[in-house]
Ligand binder design. Sequence first.
Ligand code: GYE
Length: 337
Amino acid sequence: MKKKILGLLACTALAASIAVGVSAEDDVITVGFAQVGHESDWRTASTKSAQDVFSADNGYDLQFVDCDNDSAVQLEAVRNFIEQDVDYIIIDPIVATGWDTVLTECEEAGIPVIVIDRTIDDSDKYVAWVGSDFLKEGIACGEWLKAYAEAKGIEEINALVIEGTNGSSAQIGRTDGFKQVADENGWTILDSQDGDFTQAGGQEVMESFIKSYEGQFNVVIAQNDNEAYGAQDAMKAAGISYGPEGDVVLVSFDGNKPAMEALQAGELTAVFECNPLAAPAVEEVIKQLEAGETPEKTQYITEGWYANEDVVTSITIDGNEEPVTQMTDEVLAGRAY
Ligand code: GYE
């Protein structure tokens, strides 16, 4: 329970002699992490990143709860952390709303909350958020598709969207960002359904899309890699070709290594990265708090845009030109996750 002995450690020789009597265990920082679940490769990488950073060797006691995509379980996990009087609470919010009451309880208990990855949209009672700009990811996808369609002579866009878990900020941002560009360009979004960020969900949604819209669509937007794998299976089974050589443009978000390999192999047309390695930035926040400093409240992790071909090499978002990187052996070799 570091926060309770911080004052002592900061003091005089007398305090130092008291601190000598404090066992090594008391220096350990206890961190409770209410993780979304284990639905995707991205999530596995996020969990591993937190376990690596908040390890016993690094001086932490990580209390990890896999909330299995259940908001009630996640609220309960946070309340249990309060009960245990942990030093810090990390929340990756399954959904963006419904947080103010429990965050008020954390505040009253004097436990700083750090939000990671997905955002909380109905409360500001947390010290920092570290994650990705999901709206920008959706816009990037749309801007890339616009440039790609122009370069390839694709005149009409009839898109199907396999959404992530509805109500999560990742789903909301990616949906809104893509829709914004679709509306600007008069594209048709034939349908948009929740695949829950899982491979099974992606496959199920794609199978039902094929039943309803076979022959009518030329773009499938999967809001994460795993849903894209499910969509591939469904399209393969129905004899529908996809990827840069196929009839359907298939894109995903996240860009974990298997997806980047699939991208290079022509099984995906483009990938909009979302970086799961936020834990080092969260540790920085904790170090700043330990030092009595005030961390930046909103911290974005950098990410990039990738394609199988080099027909589109950059896109412009909010007036800024951003590169689109062609997936090659070299780029693949440099990927950290
Ligand atoms: O895209 C998906 C995961 O919140 C950004 O959650 C994250 C999303 C990610 O299940 O794969």
